[in-house]
Design a protein around this ligand. Structure first.
Ligand SMILES: [Zn+2]
Ligand SMILES: [Zn+2]
Length: 225
């Protein structure tokens, strides 16, 4: 019989673990519907994968049918998050992959990295507390806690863009748009205008005026200045 403690976790299950970890951190219940939307799969597919994950001791399902990470599940989720985020830095800083492409590229590589390489990456990139998009490495959540959702800014308020939420990183066009307009973590801005009827927010950086849809704004966090 296979020992579930040493059985290899598949890339698909690692993707589930990463999403479950992020939902748990944000205190959002991990329902089948939420998972299906975030992973772009059907609800029955989520149900089947959840069953395998319960069998392998990675999650439990509570009475409300929410998936909860077990200790083993969380440990593996933290490992995949670290591998993902550290690989993003490696791609960006060492291989000069454009910022907007590091997430997707890392997503394809992260599953192949061993514990040993994860350790080496951590040593190589030993000072970072976030990924290149500003999301906290597991254990560094405190570091980002004072960054507020951009949606809470009012016209005239100034800030520094700090973070594009993990789930926003999945929107390649949003990342490309931000990169093209130089609206990246660390860049200062002033909120110029919010038009609820038009679902837009316009911010001004030193370089230019940028209009964002409120659905994109929902993924952005900034530091008030
Ligand atoms: Zn990413
Ligand atoms: Zn990232």
């Amino acid at each position: 019989m296979e020992d579930k403690r040493t059985s290899k976790i598949t890339p698909t299950v690692e993707d589930y673990l990463g999403v479950l970890y992020t939902l748990e951190r944000d205190e959002v219940p991990a329902t089948g519907a939420v998972m299906a939307k975030l992973l772009s799969v059907s609800p029955p597919t989520v149900t089947n994968t959840f069953k395998r994950m319960v069998r392998d001791g990675l999650i439990s399902i509570d009475k409300a049918k929410h998936a909860l990470l077990t200790d083993r599940g969380r440990e593996n989720a933290e490992s995949v998050m670290r591998r993902h985020m550290l690989t993003e830095w490696l791609l960006k800083d060492t291989l000069n992959v454009p910022w907007s492409e590091t997430h997707q590229e890392s997503h394809d590589i992260e599953h192949a990295l061993s514990k040993n390489i994860e350790q080496k990456l951590q040593e190589h990139i030993n000072t970072v507390k976030t990924c290149p998009h500003g999301n906290p490495l597991p254990g560094n959540e405190v570091y980002v806690q004072d960054w507020v959702p951009l949606s809470q800014f009012q016209p005239g308020e100034r800030g520094i863009l700090r973070r594009i939420h993990e789930f926003g990183e999945d929107h390649a066009e949003l990342l490309q748009f931000l990169e093209q307009h130089g609206f990246l973590p660390g860049v200062g801005f002033t909120v110029k205008e919010i038009l609820p009827f038009n679902q837009t927010m316009t911010v001004e950086t030193e370089q230019e005026s940028i209009t964002l849809g409120l659905s994109s704004v929902a993924y952005l966090f900034a530091e008030k200045s």
